[in-house]
Write a protein that binds this ligand. Sequence first.
Ligand code: T46
Length: 139
Amino acid sequence: MQVVKYAFQQHGDERGQLVALEEYRDIPFQIRRVYYMYATKEGVRRGFHAHKSLEQILICIHGTCKILLDSGTEKKIVSLEKPYEGLYIASDMWREMFDFSPDAVLLVLASDYYEEEDYIRNYEEFLAFVKEKEAKTWR
Ligand code: T46
């Protein structure tokens, strides 16, 4: 499994840092939605789903958190600890977010609007979805 983690360009000067993100330049898709989570309670684990077509970039702009990526055959844990780092998550990837520091703000750039129908919330369904997609690729 290939983990795609971006290190965005930082425009730093004596005043501090600034990061600018432009669609199709820094972000590989059209940004249709931005959301963020904060004040995550200690010990909470979020996510537990994949998507049928949504692509996203996760940026922990303050504090730290960890992301479990599960392709159906392989799992990897990625730490997000810097406000200039972005983790790309393809649609057909099971994800769980955990170990949020109390001050963590996790910002997400998404390729599409919120649509509940795009979610795969059942792990067995996710495995079947991945298998079917792979079979189509080889057909
Ligand atoms: C994902 C991970 C990284 C909305 O109304 N609009 C939105 O755009 C989103 C993202 C959520 N919601 C509502 C739906 C739920 O009632 O907010 C509530 C919490 O959403 P959810 O339980 O899906 O949150 P997470 O943290 O489990 O997952 C979210 C995204 O939903 C998901 O796409 O990949 O963050």
